[in-house]
Design a protein around this ligand. Structure first.
Ligand code: SF4
Length: 185
């Protein structure tokens, strides 16, 4: 194992430990908290059970069980999609949003602020590493909307070039299952 791989393993282990602690505080499992974090970031094309299965690489059965627990605990709600009758759109309730307060992500961001390396540079390196691993594993990239190849801006605002629909500023900062890497070079 290279030094970089070892460092990434240790970082992954620390994050998993923090996740377990956050989950235990709420009487939940780590995957429950991870799904809450995902839904807090997912855009309106990605707040679906199938997108959760793709994002975490878990089965639809595990997703159903997870969603049932979170719904029973009043942390998320399901609503039928007005345009696709069979689809269920998922969103956090105020209690779900409150459960994410004081989570491990805040501690990580504090640690990141203390680094001398530029945030954009680190972000770019980690994004490239993630994309390479996702390609090896055959997984979708789930990038931030405004960094997508289909993201369009004009005088009338932002728009998704894939669906032709307008995008709000809030939506353009969320992650999407249809995200496509821009062509560079
Ligand atoms: S521009 Fe890309 S990331 Fe944004 S909504 Fe469209 S497909 Fe998704």
């Amino acid at each position: 194992m290279t030094n970089t791989a070892l460092l990434l393993e240790r970082l992954g282990g620390l994050i998993q430990q923090s996740l377990r602690e956050d989950a235990a505080r709420h009487g939940l499992l780590p995957i429950h908290v991870q799904v809450l974090h995902y839904l807090a970031q997912a855009n309106h094309y990605s707040n679906l059970p199938i997108a959760i299965a793709e994002y975490f690489g878990i089965t639809r059965g595990t997703v159903s069980q997870t969603l049932a627990v979170l719904e029973r605990r009043g942390l998320l709600c399901k609503a039928p999609d007005s345009r696709h009758g069979k689809r269920l759109r998922l969103s956090l309730t105020p209690a779900g949003e409150a459960a994410l307060q004081g989570s491990w992500t805040g501690r990580l961001e504090t640690a990141l602020e203390g680094l001398s390396v530029g945030a954009a540079e680190l972000d770019g390196t980690l994004r490239s590493l993630l994309a390479a691993l996702q390609q090896i594993n055959g997984q979708r990239a789930f990038g931030v909307c405004r960094q997508c190849a289909h993201f369009l801006t004009g005088d009338s605002g932002s728009q998704c070039g894939l669906t032709g629909e307008p995008l709000t500023t809030a939506q353009s900062g969320r992650i999407c299952r249809e995200w496509t890497a821009p062509v560079t070079g």
